[in-house]
Design a binder for this molecule. Structure first.
Ligand SMILES: [Zn+2]
Length: 214
């Protein structure tokens, strides 16, 4: 059985890499962010709680994240293992998690701040249908126009240099102590995430000697 934690700042391609790994190796991919989003979209009780918290401008608390992860791990079959994304978030959760689950390692996608800024500021969103674009990786056919519905493409309100600088600082402050704990207890593979999706995936597999099941 294979159990991994994946870490990486926004723009690092963490979700894509976790999904590729999970699909090929029959692992469950637990993304705390995706679980919350699913619950909001499907109007569950949890979704309503999350929506209220977000509307008040706060972040979802550690307790709620912890209970979601606990439910996930007890309700799903993960016979071949899992890759978890968005958890643990702090030192206490990390200590507890590492004691409860025998983790094979931590995949730490590394992207320099300049590259995060470059990638995130290239993101666009259709103001009409919500489709995502990226001026580097996924350009629209006509500038500033949605390919599907011809709506105007706009940047997200919080994708501006000032807000991004705050998010970068927060990420580093939260992650540094976590990485220190992981490094003390587990194998941490820091992977250069500036390269192509395929190259990053190949590096992850190489570092953990992972071979897809036949
Ligand atoms: Zn559109």
């Amino acid at each position: 059985m294979r159990k991994f934690i994946i870490m990486g700042i926004q723009g690092s391609g963490k979700g894509t890499q976790a999904k590729l790994l999970a699909d090929d190796l029959d692992l469950e991919h637990f993304s705390v962010g995706d679980i919350f989003r699913w619950n909001v979209q499907h109007h569950t009780k949890l979704g309503a709680q999350v929506k209220r918290i977000m509307a008040s401008g706060s972040l979802v608390g550690d307790d709620m994240v912890e209970s979601v992860v606990r439910d996930c791990l007890s309700n799903h079959d993960w016979n071949f293992g899992f890759v978890i994304d968005g958890f643990p978030r702090n030192a206490r959760q990390a200590e507890f998690f590492l004691e409860s689950y025998d983790i094979d390692g931590v995949i730490n996608l590394h992207l320099p701040d300049e590259e995060v800024i470059h990638r995130v500021l290239a993101r666009r969103l259709c103001s009409r249908c919500g489709l995502d674009y990226n001026l580097i990786a996924h350009r629209p056919l006509r500038p500033d126009t949605c390919d599907v519905c011809q709506g105007d493409l706009v940047a997200r309100a919080d994708d501006n240099p000032e807000a991004l600088a705050v998010r970068l600082a927060d990420y580093h402050e939260e992650t540094k102590p976590l990485i220190a704990i992981f490094e003390r207890k587990e194998f941490v593979a820091t992977i250069d995430a500036t390269r192509s999706v395929e190259d990053v995936q190949a590096s992850i597999r190489q570092r953990f000697a992972l071979v897809p099941r036949p």
